[in-house]
Design a protein around this ligand. Structure first.
Ligand code: CP3
Length: 339
């Protein structure tokens, strides 16, 4: 097994810099688009053989050092019966958005073996297939990002309803955060019990908050998630975008790795995070639509900005875009491996 990714999470020396890409299993791959002609994303997630196949595609095609479970951040909500759809080119759309304390109280607990047996089965298949290959990353959204979809009912730019709920219904907000925190802990523990080797917590949209509000309304819950999983003995990654203004708070949770986007240079981010944690990032995914010479230049800049090699995991600052050329991603992986 290629353990470079796990070793780097624990800041150990590795033979090469490990690489994986957020959204490495997805629409930029012709093999995935072919499956999508016949199945919706939720169908694929609910069919373990298909979900496992999609997770494995980038391992063989790109040569990356880790696999990520094919699912979506909405799956634990699907598990507890929240009515939603994942709409092509839009994202998650919730039938009855949460706007009151009564709505929050309707969310029930997750029982993974009954509610999401397909996901556990996918992990079991992947564990077998990956045995001699690479580690498997499990994941969940963090409470804020999950709450933003539940409250808005759909993707948003300004998070108006989310912030209004947070400011004007603080009791409702804290009840929602607590409910989601408990749900996420159960969800992640079930993934570890079934065999994932690492976990990433996606707080994709939390950068919309001020650092003060982050500390008051979000951080205690995120901290509780990482605390509750500390004894599971898998490295954990805390991911966010637009976190440059709150990085020391964002990084103050007990996890092994902090993932940063392209808005802050690695050397600046790492200094703020502290060198006892590993760091992941941070190429702008838009650059992948450019010529390889431009990509190479930026990769060189990233590497020349690294204060040390141990504890560095190469990734993008956010997910692979659909328009990305497979060839560029393949060449990028090889280029980083030779660095
Ligand atoms: O390869 C992987 O990363 C594993 C699979 C994965 C998916 N979603 C599959 C997916 C992962 C890790 C996610 C996480 C996810 N989903 C996040 C956190 C990461 C991030 O990008 O910030 C978020 C915010 C979502 C919610 C979501 N789901 C969005 C915004 C979209 C895109 C809508 C669109 O069509 O552009 C989705 C749909 C989705 N999830 C797709 C995939 C491959 C694409 C649509 C499809 O194939 O039908």
């Amino acid at each position: 097994m290629n353990t470079t990714f796990l070793d780097a999470c624990y800041s150990k020396k590795t033979s090469h810099t490990p690489v994986w890409y957020m959204r490495q299993a997805g629409r930029y791959l012709p093999e995935y688009r072919k499956l999508k002609e016949k199945h919706t994303i939720l169908d694929i997630v609910r069919t373990p053989e298909l979900a496992a196949k999609v997770s494995l595609q980038p391992i063989d095609i790109l040569g990356v050092d880790a696999a990520i479970l094919f699912a979506d951040i909405m799956i634990p909500l699907v598990g507890i019966g929240v009515e939603l759809d994942i709409v092509e080119h839009i994202g998650p759309v919730i039938k009855h958005p949460i706007r009151t304390m009564q709505d929050v109280k309707k969310l029930r607990k997750l029982n993974p073996r009954e509610d999401i047996p397909y996901l556990l089965e996918t992990i079991a298949i992947l564990k077998k297939e990956l045995q001699t290959k690479v580690p498997l990353i499990g994941f969940s959204a963090a409470p804020f990002t999950l709450a933003s979809y539940l409250i808005e009912g759909k993707p948003t730019r300004d998070f108006l309803q989310t912030k209004l709920f947070m400011y004007t219904n603080q009791k409702g907000w804290h009840a929602l955060m607590k409910t989601l925190t408990d749900l996420i802990i159960v969800y992640l523990k079930s993934q570890v019990a079934t065999g994932v080797n690492a976990l990433q917590l996606f707080d994709s949209w939390v950068g919309t908050l001020s650092e003060d509000d982050y500390q008051t309304f979000v951080l205690p819950y995120t901290k509780q998630i990482f605390e509750s999983l500390k004894n599971e003995n898998v490295p954990m990654i805390h991911f966010g975008t637009n976190t440059a203004g709150m990085l020391s708070s964002f990084a103050s949770v007990p996890c092994a790795v902090i993932s940063v986007d392209w808005r802050i240079p690695i050397h600046k981010a790492w200094k703020e995070i502290g060198y006892s944690k590993a760091i992941q990032g941070n190429l702008d995914p838009v650059l992948l639509l450019s010529d390889f010479s431009d990509i190479k230049k930026q990769v060189d800049t990233i590497f020349s900005s690294l204060p040390k090699r141990e504890g560095y995991i190469f990734n993008l600052g956010h997910g692979v875009l659909q328009q990305t050329s497979v060839e560029n991603l393949k060449r990028l992986t090889e280029y980083v491996h030779k660095k």
